[in-house]
Design a protein around this ligand. Structure first.
Ligand code: 13P
Ligand code: SF4
Length: 336
């Protein structure tokens, strides 16, 4: 845990992802310090847990988060937690999953800009219509979906287990939603590992990952000797094809930890790069800084306000009729 302003500044100055929001001066750290102290004090008083996705701003990860991870790890932490309150610094579908897995807890998401272009691309009614259209398909949803959508699906997957779970599903016919690029990556993987499966998919995309371009990757590879390119499976198959490693955000982090490339190009939201710069300051990175507006709208001030007043507009409420069905879909993932 960070003990002083000097300590905070010392760590944060190693973050260099190219965005002005991630430039940390000593003055900025002095401004943040009282807020950090208040958050950590109230957290103890109220027996609260702060979970944070790796994409949120580095000052949150470093100074107030109790656990940082990918969607799968965060949902496991939420399931195991005995805190009374969970403040989930991420996006709404992740906080909904936490509430579903630990329904007696009060779960808050400290921002109203808490959407996700994938989760917002499809509704429960859309899935009901698709099920009528494809009655003999198993419906597999990415965790980046709302509770209503999960309630209509058979099994949920995350970027860390998607290929493995789809391989194990006994049904030959799979409808994957909502990410068309991840679905196209699954189809490429299936050609080699499970060629008999028929895979159809919905037309959603993540606005951060769909913009990466294979030509840019090839150009950077030609400019930097032994550059390691790591891609998230929400990138296009063309990008995935030129990457050296594909995995969830935590799997990407582990890959950087376990390898020794001269530099890394991380094809995912730049929060992951800033997290690695905090944890492994010797690693070198090249490439762009692309931000998820939803993840980056979590802030120290909003976390403090949430912990202090427990505002109803930030609290996750699940409707009882979808709760049971959505839980079945998520538990199916844990069973796999
Ligand atoms: P991870 O589960 O890999 O952290 O991905 C979540 C996400 O939203 C990626 O854009
Ligand atoms: Fe959604 Fe993309 Fe943001 Fe991840 S990065 S939360 S998929 S909009």
């Amino acid at each position: 845990m960070i003990q002083s302003v000097d300590d905070l500044y010392d760590r944060l100055k190693s973050v260099k992802v190219g965005s002005q929001t991630c430039v940390f001066t000593r003055e900025k750290c002095e401004e943040m310090w009282p807020v950090i102290q208040d958050i950590n004090r109230i957290k103890k008083e109220k027996n609260a847990l702060i979970l944070a996705h790796s994409y949120v701003s580095p000052e949150l990860l470093l100074s107030v988060a109790d656990f940082t991870g990918d969607s799968y790890e965060l949902s496991r932490k939420a399931r195991e937690s005995d805190a009374d309150i969970i403040v989930f610094c991420a996006v709404k579908f992740m906080a909904e999953t936490a509430k579903l897995l630990n329904p007696t807890k009060r779960v808050f998401i400290p921002t109203s800009l808490n959407g996700c272009t994938l989760a917002d691309s499809i509704t429960g009614a859309d899935v009901r219509k698709l099920r009528q259209q494809y009655p003999d398909f198993a419906f597999v949803c990415y965790i980046n979906t709302t509770m209503e959508v999960k309630a209509e699906c058979d099994v949920c997957v995350t970027s860390s287990n998607v290929y493995r779970i789809i391989e194990q599903i006994p049904n030959q016919n799979i409808y994957f939603l909502p990410d068309k690029l991840m679905a196209q990556n699954i189809i490429e993987h299936a050609k080699v590992h499970y060629p008999n499966k028929v895979i159809k998919y919905w037309d959603g995309a993540c606005y951060v990952h769909e913009d990466y371009d294979a030509d840019m990757v090839r150009y950077l590879k030609s400019e930097y000797d032994s550059l390691a390119v790591l891609a998230h499976p929400e990138c296009s198959p063309e990008v995935v094809a030129v990457a050296d490693f594909v995995g969830s955000t935590s799997q990407m982090l582990q890959h950087v930890k376990q390898t020794d490339a001269s530099a890394y190009f991380m094809l995912t939201e730049c929060g992951l790069t800033s997290r690695i710069q905090l944890e492994m300051p010797d690693k070198k990175f090249v490439g762009t800084c692309t931000m998820c507006r939803y993840m980056k709208s979590n802030s120290l001030d909003k976390v403090l306000q949430t912990l202090t007043t427990l505002p109803s507009q930030y609290e996750i409420q699940l409707s009882p009729d979808v709760q049971q069905k959505a839980l079945k879909c998520i538990n199916e993932m844990f069973a796999y």
